[in-house]
Every structure is written in structure tokens, then in C-alpha cells.
Write a protein that binds this ligand. Structure first.
Ligand code: AMP
Ligand code: MG
Length: 485
């Protein structure tokens, strides 16, 4: 924590200043009757912002870009992107603005960004707005991911604007104030590359190196090293998603960061029943972004990033492609190693050799899939099994005899139950609880949101009174979340 917290932390306008080609100066739409719904006080303090000030009418205006803070030079950022496999050359912030950068208590810069702040020149047919429900979903899920130790953008606040917004029905408008290591996306590089301005591309790559992957600056081929660093960060990120049962829902290249943080929580969800085909997004009709497809999709997106960097990697484009393909080849082994290590930890066998642990992991996942067992609560029950109380885990799988045979071999390796409880969450933002908090928040009642946040902010620490936050919802195969609202 910083010693002094002031109400007027000074924003830097680095991106706005240095990347005029990728940034259109723009102002947030005036909110008729702004009302703060939720504020992330610890994050505010880490950014040098005074929570009491942010709760004041003036501070609330700052959170939505209506009262411009010192140094803020809001811009809409340009980017391109492959959406469901199809290239869109000009996406950009259609309803979002980068306010500027602030220095976090850790000494590094963070982007402060608005989502739902009105139409920009990138809005195409959209109204530039967002509504309370989906902005609260991003708040809940991103902060849960952070508490679970998964790299992610953060949520500073959600402010209801007081403006009715037309969707299927009329819904209350809102702005999410988002904080990120940066908003550089694979799509930012696709856009820069498509301009044909190699100097711009090089400056963008240098900026990404300095903000996210500074070790690449020391490498012999710094742009190849940048690509390798992004591959590594994404391989690690994807393993973490898979280990906690997270389904992003819209893994378009404009929704994949260079920093390795999860970004853009739209139609995302945690799966309850273990199902490799789990998919929740109403717009993902073919299951392109289903749970099991996420690692290969990330690899596909990284190939698109590689294509943009080829002119920087080597003068000879054949040689550049060869180097990039080799670097991309690191994704699968890095992902597999991170996932296997994480799975070993989930079953309490961190110190056990892979050739003993991997067959147990594979067998266990097959049992969970056959039973459609609740993925999150099963691993907590399994820690109890490691303590000698096998009943609840056994009851969660259909084939009790197969579970007993598995558990005998597993127990022989002496799983560490306490270590399991440190990596297997009790509380995740379960779909029915998220929906409950969103519905109440849309009606102006943030009580359920506050209680859910209390549970998911300390996900590994089981507490009395929070039992309903640990339980799976009703069988959820039909759960659908809707995008872009
Ligand atoms: P997303 O699905 O949030 O990743 O958004 C994809 C693209 O659509 C981005 O360029 C957004 O800025 C844009 N977009 C989404 N919703 C709206 C909206 N209501 N108005 C304008 N642009 C939007
Ligand atoms: Mg997006």
C-alpha cells in the first residue's frame, strides 16, 4: 500500500501520445444520473486513488470519464481481429475508452479503461452502451479470477448511468471501469501490421516489450523473444483456465492480450458438471470456443500474432516464418507441462513423478466426465478422501468400484490434503449465483452481489454461513450467456 493516497492521482497519456496512429481522442458520453454500484477499494488504493473520493459525486464522475482527472487524455484504441475465424480489419473500441495509465503500488503502469462510455468512431452499428448485468458479470468474474490466481484484467467499479438502454427489453445502462496491465491485443498487432507501416509495428512491439516482457529486450532477436514470451504467457494462462474450469466464450484475436491477462468477460462461465464440450455462449453455435478447444484456439491466435511480427523477426521472410513456427512449437509442451503440474497439485501429488501421476489424472477425469460430476466441489471432496473420508467423493462419481480402485492407488502415493485445499477453490462464481446477483443489481439491489463477492474473493478459505456459495446450481446444461450487451 502507498503511504499517501490522494484524490487526484495523475494519469499518464503514454499510449495516446506515442501511438496517435492507433488512438482517436474521444470523450465519454455524459451520464444523466450516475450512481456507483460497486467499488473495488483495495484496487483503488493500489492505484493511488482515494476510495472516499471515488464514492463522492465528483469521484464517481471520474470513474466514468465525465469528470476528467489530471493528465487523462481519453482515446478509443484501434485494433483488428479474427472473430470466429473471420478477419475484421477495423474493430477498435466501439464503446470503450482508454482514460490513461496510472502507476500501481507495485511500481508498474496500469491502463484505466471505460466500457460502455458511448459511441466512438469504431462503433459501427452499435449504440456504444453497456448495461448493468453484463458489466457486473465482468466485475464478478474478473475479480474471482484474480482471487483464484489467474492473470486477468481487474475491475475497479461499475457505475449505473441512469440511462435506459434498449436491448431485447429496456435495461439500465452502466459503465465498467477496468484496469489492465495494458490493452495491447493480438488484434492491435494485426491492425498495426495491416497499415503497412513497419515503423509503427516496431514501436508497438518495443512498447509491448517494455511494458510486459522486458527480458526480451536483452535477447539477440528481441521480436522473436517477444513472440516467445507471449507464447509462454498464453500457454500458462490457458492451463490455468482449464484447471479452474473456466470457459471464456469469445476467444477472438481482439480478446487475447499480449500481457497474458484474461480480457473481455462476455459470455463466459465456469463449468459445473465436468464436460469437455462445455460451451455457454449464445453466439458460439458450433462450439468453436468450447472448454476443450481453448488451448488449440489460443495456439491458432498466436499464429496470427506471429504473422504480424514476421517483418520484424527477420529480413528474409522465409527465415522469419521458420523461426516463428519453431517458437510457436513451444506452446504445446509448455501448455501440457503447466496443465500436468497443476493437475498433480489438484490431486495432492505435487512431488510425485509424472509417470506415476498422469495415468491417475487421466483416469480420474474420465470418471468425472462419465458422471458429469461437479468439477469444483469434487476436488474439495477428494481432499476429504485423502483424509480418509472417501464417501462424498465416491458418491459424486457413478462407478463406485472404479473410484475405490483409483483411490487405493492414489492413496498409496500419499496425497497432501492441505495442499489440495490451497489450490482447489471452494467458491467460484457459479452461474446461478452470478445470475441472481445480476438480476438484483439490475433492479438496484447490490446486496446479493456483495455477498457473492465476499465468497469468491477468498475462494480457498471455507467459511461457515457460505454453504450455498459452495454448492452447484441446478443441472446447468442449458446455461447461456449473451455477448456484446
Ligand atoms: P466484444 O464482444 O466486447 O469483444 O466487442 C467486439 C467489438 O464490438 C469491439 O470492437 C467492441 O468495441 C464492439 N462493440 C460491442 N458492443 C458494442 C456496442 N454496444 N456499441 C458499439 N460497439 C460495440
Ligand atoms: Mg473485445
Amino acid at each position: 500500500m502507498k503511504d499517501t493516497v490522494n484524490s487526484t492521482a495523475t494519469f499518464e497519456g503514454q499510449f495516446a501520445r506515442d501511438f496517435a496512429e492507433l488512438a482517436i481522442p474521444w470523450r465519454a458520453e455524459e451520464a444523466p444520473d450516475p450512481r456507483l454500484l460497486v467499488l473495488n477499494e483495495p484496487l483503488a488504493v493500489d492505484l493511488g486513488l482515494d476510495p472516499d473520493y471515488l464514492r463522492s459525486p465528483e469521484g464517481t464522475l471520474l470513474l466514468i470519464g465525465n469528470g476528467l482527472p489530471d493528465g487523462a487524455t481519453p482515446v478509443a484504441q484501434a485494433y483488428a481481429g479474427h472473430q470466429f475465424g473471420w478477419y475484421a480489419p477495423r474493430l477498435g473500441d466501439g464503446r470503450a475508452l482508454l482514460l490513461g495509465e496510472l502507476t500501481h503500488a507495485d511500481g508498474r503502469l496500469r491502463d484505466v479503461h471505460l466500457k460502455g462510455s458511448g459511441r466512438t468512431p469504431f462503433a459501427r452499428g452499435g449504440d456504444g452502451r453497456a448495461v448493468v448485468g453484463p458489466m457486473l458479470r465482468e466485475y464478478i468474474v474478473s475479480e474471482s479470477m484474480h482471487a483464484l490466481g489467474v492473470p486477468t484484467t481487474r475491475s475497479l467499479a461499475v457505475v449505473a448511468t441512469g440511462r435506459p438502454v434498449q436491448r431485447d427489453t429496456v435495461l439500465p445502462g452502466a459503465v465498467l471501469t477496468r484496469v489492465a496491465s495494458s490493452h495491447l491485443r493480438v488484434g492491435s498487432f494485426q491492425y498495426a501490421r495491416a497499415t503497412g507501416d513497419i515503423d509503427l509495428l516496431r514501436r508497438l512491439a518495443d512498447y509491448a516489450i517494455s511494458r510486459h516482457h522486458p527480458a526480451a529486450a536483452e535477447a539477440e532477436n528481441r521480436y522473436l523473444a517477444l513472440f516467445e514470451a507471449v507464447v509462454e504467457a498464453q500457454a500458462s494462462l490457458l492451463a490455468r483456465w482449464m484447471l479452474v474450469g473456466f470457459v471464456h466464450g469469445v476467444m477472438n484475436t481482439d480478446n487475447m492480450t499480449i500481457s497474458g491477462e484474461t480480457i473481455d468477460y462476455g459470455p463466459c462461465a465456469f463449468m459445473d458438471a465436468f464436460d469437455p464440450a462445455a460451451s455457454f455462449s449464445s453466439i458460439d453455435e458450433t462450439g468453436r470456443y468450447a472448454y476443450r478447444n481453448q488451448p488449440p484456439v489460443a495456439e491458432w491466435n498466436l499464429a496470427r500474432l506471429a504473422e504480424t511480427l514476421l517483418p520484424l523477426i527477420h529480413d528474409d521472410q522465409d527465415k522469419a516464418a521458420e523461426l516463428a513456427v519453431e517458437a510457436l512449437g513451444g506452446f504445446r509442451p509448455q501448455y501440457s507441462a503447466a496443465w500436468a503440474a497443476g493437475m498433480k497439485a489438484k490431486i495432492g501429488l505435487r512431488g510425485v513423478k509424472d509417470d506415476a501421476a498422469s495415468p491417475l489424472v487421466d483416469e480420474l477425469l474420465a470418471l468425472l466426465q462419465a458422471a458429469r460430476a461437479d468439477y469444483t466441489s469434487f476436488f474439495r471432496a477428494l481432499a476429504q478422501a485423502a483424509r480418509g473420508r472417501r464417501e462424498s467423493a465416491r458418491n459424486m462419481v457413478a462407478d463406485a468400484a472404479a473410484f475405490e480402485s483409483w483411490a487405493e492407488r492414489w492413496c498409496a502415493l500419499e496425497p497432501d490434503a492441505d495442499a489440495m485445499d490451497r489450490v482447489n477453490p471452494v467458491y467460484i462464481p457459479r452461474n446461478h449465483l452470478v445470475e441472481e446477483a445480476l438480476a438484483a443489481g439490475t433492479d438496484g439491489d447490490v446486496g446479493p452481489l456483495g455477498r457473492l463477492m465476499e465468497a469468491v474473493s477468498s475462494p480457498f478459505d471455507e467459511r461457515p454461513g457460505l454453504e450455498r456459495y459452495a454448492e452447484p446450481g441446478p443441472e446447468d446444461t442449458a446455461y447461456r450467456t449473451f455477448c456484446g450487451t
